[in-house]
Structures are given as structure tokens and as C-alpha cells.
Design a protein around this ligand. Sequence first.
Ligand code: PLP
Length: 235
Amino acid sequence: MTDTIIADNITRVRDRIRRAAQQYHRADNSVTLLAVSKTRGADEVRAAHRAGLSDIGENYLSEALDKQAALTELPLVWHFIGPLQSNKSRAVAEHFDWVHSVDRLKLARRLSEQRPPALAALNICLQVNISGEASKAGCAPSALPALAQQVAALPRLRLRGLMAIPAPSDNEAEQRAAFAQLRALLEQLREELPALDTLSMGMSGDMEAAIAEGATIVRVGTDIFGAREKKPSDV
Ligand SMILES: *Cc1c(COP(=O)(O)O)cnc(C)c1O
């Protein structure tokens, strides 16, 4: 995809975010656009940066590390958003600014222990399995309060909020109902942990519904970089 197309796509996505923010009485700058660049090359990330984006989301560790190595000159904020095996936590703790996909204490403990002392605390979102699908990653809503307390106490992590990937739906009311659940879970946690400030929710197909329900980070791949070829590992 050419730089011009990526820049035009980003303009369109920004317009959608601005319109949704206005419609739902949110401040324009209250929603961060995270460019999801899985399967895309370093050149495409560079084009997104040139078009004004600095938050980059990656799902696959080795692919992400290659891109980071090719882009060290850019002041990018790297978000790990994919499933993470505990035995791969060290590289994530060393090379990312955020992890959105923490869903168990063991993984959080390792990330905290492995976060290099020279770096700021690693920003964490807990991934919640909102739709209750057995195949989906994420902690059960009922397990969330205990997990949040334990993760918040880890010294090298900074617990920021929640992330979810609801079951896909074309129906805006259904989309909003799922995002409203995540928002309600965050509100509940904030009674004990008032510093939590992040709802990572909404993708290309449902970002307006997510913004309506309070998303502070929308994670957009397809509508910035075009359709992806399916990887066998994609769910
Ligand atoms: C791929 C992916 C996205 C982006 O999805 P699009 O529909 O391409 O915008 C967002 N979040 C996560 C966790 C992803 O894996």
C-alpha cells in the first residue's frame, strides 16, 4: 500500500473518530488512535508515522521485533496486543511500552520481574473475555477484581485499564452492549483503583460503538493499512 493511500486512510479514520466523539459528547483528544500493523512492513509503519501516528500495535513478537529494529530512529510508542505465552514475556518487557493482552497473574508477574530498571513502568491493560467465548483469550469478568488488585501491586507495571475483543457483530446495539459491559467493569474497578484511565476497545468495524461507550484507545488495522491476508494463526 502506498504512503498516500495510508495517509488518506488515516485522515478518514481520524474523521470518523472526531465525528463519533462529537456525537457522544466526548473531547476530541480523549480517543487515541492505535495503528495495528500486524503483517505490515516497516515502511508502512513509517508512512503511518509520517501521517501523524505514533502509537503502533503489534500481535506477533518476532515480526514486531524486526520492525522495531528497522525503525529505531522514530519516536514510536509500541503496544503489544496479541496473545502472549509466558515464555516470550522477556522480549515484550524489554521492547514494548504497553501490553493490552494480560489475562493472568503469572504473565503479569514475569513482565514485572523482567521489565528493565532503566525503563518506565510497563503500561498494562487486562484483557477481558466479554462475550464468554471458550476459544477467546481474556480473563472471565468474575475473576477480574482479584486479578486487577494483584496486578496493580506489581512494582514494575502500571495498570491502566481494560481491553476486550467482543464477538464480531454488524449490529450497533449489540456492539455497544458488549462495550458497555467493559465500561461497567472498569467503573467498578475504579472504586478501588481510581488511577485506572484506559478502555482499549473498538477496531475498524466497530470503533464508533466503542467511542460511544467510552473507548480511550481504538485499535485500527484494516481501515488504515487495507485488508490482511489471513494467517493460519489468526482466529
Ligand atoms: C488485528 C487486531 C486489531 C485490528 O483489527 P482491524 O479489524 O483490522 O481494525 C485490533 N485489535 C486486536 C487485538 C487485533 O488483533
